[in-house]
Design a protein around this ligand. Structure first.
Ligand code: B1M
Length: 233
């Protein structure tokens, strides 16, 4: 068979095969194919949220397994991350397009020593989509960045992300600093990232651990409602 005959035409695949192909393309770091796949699914009336979770996040989960098992290495994972970000860039305005009333303001960043930002970016997108104002501090944030931003932005919520077991303890450094300065209770503090769990979140004094971006939105809504009720009580 010639190469031409071998070539896969994404648009000709049914939804299920297209999603599987997108997992492969993400694995191979094929940015343009991911962009094309995202646009095809949207054209087939998939919701942006389904495209995000079923095609992109699931694809990255598979990448994560082979990274852990030493089958993929940093350069390949970086390519996959770039492809994922390209897909997310198409979805971002669609997820933010709800016209919901502003529910509160969140400052969020990945902690010092950690450069993982895909999950955090996803949380930003979903929070914006749900009606929160989001100030994204990016990656590798020392405590000073958080302190400056929550004050300057008059934030309601402080969000922190960490993907490494070596960087997650830094969240406690940030919370302890807020406690020392007597401002801890002025903010709802949400934490997330693959190595965290509920117990860790409690042990460092955060208000809640968010397993994923959807949980972050629900938790933020719930805790903002509580905060509001306390203020008017
Ligand atoms: Co990294 N890496 N990485 N990596 N990387 C992990 C985290 C790892 C688990 C891989 C593995 O071994 N299986 C492992 C950590 C092991 C550990 O600590 N126990 C690891 C390692 C070891 C490393 C390096 C040390 C590798 C090296 O250099 N030898 C290095 C560290 C660099 C550093 O930060 N200093 C490194 C580098 C990289 C890349 C640069 C190549 C790339 C990052 C690119 C980028 O982010 N721009 C990368 C990637 C992509 C990963 C994996 C494969 C995927 C992470 C991801 O994007 N997941 C990851 C494997 C894994 O997690 N299984 C891995 C998809 C994303 C949607 O999920 O980030 O979990 P996640 O976010 C979710 C939730 O956790 C939650 O909501 C998100 C959306 O649903 N959430 C929040 C996250 N943050 C939140 C904040 C909130 C709320 C919810 O606040 C309110």
């Amino acid at each position: 068979m010639s190469d031409e005959e071998d070539e896969i035409v994404l648009d000709q695949l049914n939804d299920e095969d297209l999603v599987l192909q997108m997992h492969d393309d993400l694995y191979d770091g094929l940015k343009e194919e991911i962009e094309e796949g995202v646009n095809i699914l949207l054209g087939r009336k998939w919701t942006p949220y389904d495209v995000l979770t079923k095609a992109l996040v699931e694809g990255m989960r598979i990448v994560g397994i082979d990274f852990r098992d030493g089958i993929l290495f940093v350069p390949e994972v970086l390519l996959a991350a770039n492809a994922m970000k390209a897909g997310m860039a198409i979805l971002k305005p669609l997820l933010a397009e709800t016209g919901a009333p502003r529910l509160g303001k969140m400052v969020i960043g990945t902690v010092k020593g950690d450069i993982h930002d895909i999950g955090k970016n996803l949380v930003c997108m979903m929070m914006e989509g749900a009606g929160f104002e989001v100030v994204d501090l990016g990656i590798n944030n020392p405590v000073e960045n958080y302190l400056e931003a929550i004050d300057k932005e008059q934030a309601d919520i402080l969000g922190m992300s960490a993907l490494l077991t070596t960087t997650m303890p830094y969240m406690k450094v940030v919370i302890d600093t807020l406690v020392q300065q007597g401002i801890r209770d002025d903010y709802v503090i949400l934490v997330g990232g693959a190595p965290l769990n509920e117990e860790f979140s409690k042990s460092i004094g955060a208000d809640a651990y968010c397993r994923d971006a959807a949980v972050a939105v629900e938790t933020a809504k719930e805790l903002m409602k509580k905060k509001h009720n306390q203020m008017i009580a």
